[in-house]
Design a protein around this ligand. Sequence first.
Ligand code: HPA
Length: 293
Amino acid sequence: MGNPIVADHSNESLNKPVPSMLEVAAHMAEAAAAVRRQWTAAPRAGIILGSGLGGLADRIDVEAVIDYAAIAHFPRTTAIGHAGKLVCGRLVGKPVIAFQGRFHLYEGHSPSTAGMPVRLLQALGGGALIVSNAAGGLNPQYATGDVMLIDDHINLMFRNPLVGANDDNLGPRFPDMSSPYDRQLQRLAMDVALRTGFVLHRGVYIGVLGPNYETRAEYRLLRRLGGDAVGMSTVPEVIVARHAGLRVLGLSTITNIGSADALTETTGHDVLSVAATAADKLAAIIEGIVDQL
Ligand code: HPA
């Protein structure tokens, strides 16, 4: 007998039509109303916690926790290291929401679905978006466990969450991208690193589709294209945030070295365990910034 055929619902969104910007916004307005029934504060920031960084939510004085499964229209998260919960509460006394888990394109989600957490933040009245991720280091000066402030990005996913009819109430048809990562928030982050005494790089994040890590030749190419770090998330979320007019701060934890000359094997579990070692640095930066919002 062969293996029984098991229905796999983990990738349901793959088979659904891509939701339009208008549909996502309508769905997130509904989701925001549901969040409001449990939590009524106006968030100063929405924090998207990347792979292995979900523990940061432990620092929040929690006022409500909402399972993604309980948020209408939110897909489940299938990625390892992503709990799939929305944590609402206070961080250093300021109201914030934290997303423990995001929606990656490599899971089969559309770019507009990847932007849903940001549209939910927008529907809740906005606030700054703080995004974190695990990334491979392309810059030879980077070591594993280092943190990089994202100064700019390159979208090599070749997909965009704003494709389709534009809703001018949500944002402009042709959003500006001359400075997607807020300079003032970057300055605050650098001040925290200086005060606390750890290295904080600043560089260009390249977003790729994944899910495989890169070949030697690909890492070499990505470096030559101008990247300092490479990862499989963040870019769709930041595009939606800029469309929505939200200020953005992006942080990458360097979990593996993407060097063509010294490439070693990378696994998802290695990435998670290295990401966890940088959690204190990330927490210091995020708290330092939220304190000023
Ligand atoms: N490449 C792409 N995504 C990643 C990597 C990488 O090397 N490390 C963590 N996420």
